[in-house]
Write a protein that binds this ligand. Structure first.
Ligand code: URA
Length: 211
């Protein structure tokens, strides 16, 4: 089966999933969307109200801001893969529970990452950052490019955090504005060093650059 077909099958599994309690309250599961061979993958936290209504990631206010940030660096959302740590809306937008994160990432997110095989993963917010940097503080590491498990991981503040806390908006904008330079440098570096890249199992993170 091709990666595209496998992703479609995975999305069907997400829609049927009953592995955690989030399935009781969901209207629509939100598997994620974007090209099956995207170079860049954004990982948010979990669907909110609008995402649950539409079954698509980042379609509310945070999504609009994400699209603005992308357009400022000459990119469209259709060019990147966008998904979340958990695929069903936590009721009342509560934080996802550790067991929900655990089940959903093992069952779906890790497979999506393997299938899409993005060079760069941009984590949006604390939950997706926690998958790669469980002990980091986002205020310390946002905007840094890190080599983790053979990929470039760039932790970023969640766009919704920037909408709620105005002082973070310029920080997020500045981190995004440096992405093109970072991507061109680091994706080349990764290709050149592909054989030397740490394996998927390697938990160690190497700092590549500090903005
Ligand atoms: N916030 C998220 O983390 N994900 C979405 O899909 C929408 C808002």
């Amino acid at each position: 089966m091709s990666a595209q077909e496998e992703l479609k099958k995975l999305a069907e599994e997400v829609a049927q999933c009953q592995l955690c309690e989030l399935h009781y309250s969901r209207k629509n599961a939100v598997p994620g969307e974007g090209p099956h061979n995207a170079t860049i993958m954004f990982i948010g936290e979990g669907p909110g109200f609008h995402e649950n209504e539409q079954g698509r990631p980042f379609v509310g206010a945070a999504g609009k801001f994400l699209e603005e940030l992308l357009s400022k660096i000459g990119m469209k959302r259709e060019q990147v893969y966008i998904t979340n740590v958990v695929k069903c809306r936590p009721p009342g937008n509560r934080d996802p529970k550790p067991e929900e994160v655990d089940i959903c990432t093992r069952q779906f997110l890790e497979r999506q990452i393997q299938l899409i095989n993005p060079k760069v993963i941009i984590t949006l917010g604390r939950y997706s950052m926690g998958l790669y940097l469980p002990h980091a503080k986002i205020s310390d590491v946002h905007g840094q490019a890190l080599r983790i498990k053979g990929r470039i991981v760039v932790p970023m503040y969640h766009p919704a955090a920037a909408l709620h806390q105005g002082s973070l908006k310029p920080v997020v904008e500045a981190d995004f504005s440096r992405l093109p330079e970072l991507l061109s440098k680091n994706t080349t570096a990764l290709e050149e060093n592909e054989l030397a890249a740490p394996s998927e199992a390697d938990q160690s993170a190497t700092q590549l650059s500090l903005f």
